[in-house]
Write a protein of this length. Structure first.
Length: 425
């Protein structure tokens, strides 16, 4: 999932769960556990402190809530910091080897959350802020990291959720890596909470609703234009319906003022529920698409090495069916709303030859094949060199030209490796 959606989802969880929880803690009479030792008055080291004894140093409910939202949001984007490891290593396969590794692991999550919480409290103490307890911040950071792992797990890229115990890339194949429906689900409740604040019943809330409707509708137009530019466009009618849905979402709660009666946490909890429901719908659609792939493989009597149904933008209606056999990969675009059997294209491997065998012995190629789920091999001669290209058909396969994640190895006439690199379109 893209990092922006991760961040918005983390903020949603912070507002839905941890912000109110933090506020209740901060409003309690026992505030000593919220105090940094250096900020306690002389002689006050433990026990219950009266609220009025530390009016300027007590952590307010608002401040505690902000800490909570900060923790879940930072936790939700922290795992993608592993992209920096590739810059340090300088390997052209660093994305495959390191991205979605131990920073995306449920095994490492508790320790990472604890370290981030401790660092947050240390920074807060240095700048004179009162921070929530270590245990509370650790839970908030853990929730953010867990949300990132789960939202990456539902995509088809593969996530090493058990690293360092296992480097297997797990995937559920439920959502495309850029899922604008999911992005809207985690964003809209937070915007609605901004619109329908009780203090804005004087009309400013309705003006804000109009502004947000305009912004989100404009965003939908941009998404529609971008989708068309990369060949995965959707009907203008879908765009029109989307803007109407946004209008209902922002303006309907103004009826009789019921939207002003919903708290920010209430709006955001609704968003969390909607996100879970959407993932459940994705799972149902994926299961149906996979059934169609299995029916095709069985009807053709294929010797299946691996198969899958991968989400294909722009909606749950479309999926990519893939079947890897010893001879190559079958691929099809599945329309769940169509009763017609989908047509499959076959991408054949080049016949077995010494160049493919030699390429498969290279460390970089072994790494590539560990990552790839539906690879095909092409061999040809170019400028007096033997070339082996490997493409993973998870990533926008085309009949002509290289696909994304295509790796190339060139040999001279004596079998020596001349170059090995990614193919740039």
């Amino acid at each position: 999932m893209d990092t922006i959606t991760h961040a918005v989802a983390g903020a949603l969880i912070g507002k839905a769960v941890f912000s109110d929880w933090a506020g209740r803690y901060a409003g309690a009479a026992e505030v000593s556990e919220w105090m940094s030792p250096s900020l306690l008055p002389n002689g006050a080291t433990s026990g219950v402190l009266a609220e009025e004894s530390l009016p300027e140093q007590r952590l307010s409910a608002r401040g505690a809530g902000r800490f909570a939202i900060f923790a879940t949001t930072l936790g939700s984007i922290f795992p993608d910091s592993d992209v920096m490891f590739g810059w340090v290593e300088g390997s052209n396969l660093a994305t495959l080897e390191l991205h979605r590794g131990w920073t995306h692991s449920f095994v490492c999550m508790p320790l990472l959350a604890l370290l981030l919480a401790a660092l947050t409290r240390w920074v807060a103490r240095k700048i004179g802020w009162v921070a929530p307890p270590l245990s509370f911040l650790t839970m908030a950071f853990a929730a953010g990291i867990a949300s990132h792992i789960v939202l990456d797990l539902v995509t088809s890229f593969g996530t090493m959720i058990w690293s360092p115990i296992s480097n297997v890339r797990a995937t559920l194949d439920l959502a495309f890596i850029l899922d604008f429906v999911m992005s809207a689900i985690v964003l809209l409740p937070q915007l609605a909470a901004q619109v329908y604040q009780p203090k804005k019943r004087d009309g400013s809330g309705r003006r804000r609703a109009l502004e947000f409707w305009g912004i989100t509708s404009g965003g939908a137009v941009v998404v529609w234009w971008l989708a068309r530019s990369v060949g995965v466009g959707f009907s203008p009618w879908v765009l029109a319906v989307t803007t109407m849905v946004f209008a209902l979402f922002f303006f309907l709660p103004a009826a009789r003022g019921w939207g002003f009666k919903v708290s920010r946490a209430g709006w955001c909890r609704g968003g969390v529920v909607a996100l879970v429901a959407y993932l459940g719908l994705c799972a149902l659609a994926h299961n149906r698409a996979l059934e169609r792939v299995e029916e095709f493989a069985e009807s053709q009597g294929l010797k299946v090495e691996t198969m899958g149904a991968l989400p294909a933008p722009p909606s749950l209606r479309f999926w990519t069916g893939l079947v890897r056999t010893p001879a190559g990969v079958y691929q099809s675009r599945i329309n769940l709303l169509s009763s017609e059997l989908p047509a499959y294209d076959f991408f054949a491997d080049s016949p077995p030859n010494p160049w493919i065998d030699a390429a498969q012995q290279l460390g970089a190629v072994k790494t590539y094949l560990w990552f790839a789920r539906f690879p095909i091999f092409r061999t040809f001669e170019e400028n007096g060199r033997a070339v082996v290209e490997m493409s993973d058909l998870r990533f926008f396969a085309q009949r002509r030209g290289p696909t994304a994640f295509t790796y190339r190895v060139e040999f001279d006439a004596h079998g020596n490796v001349m170059t090995q690199k990614w193919v740039r379109e």
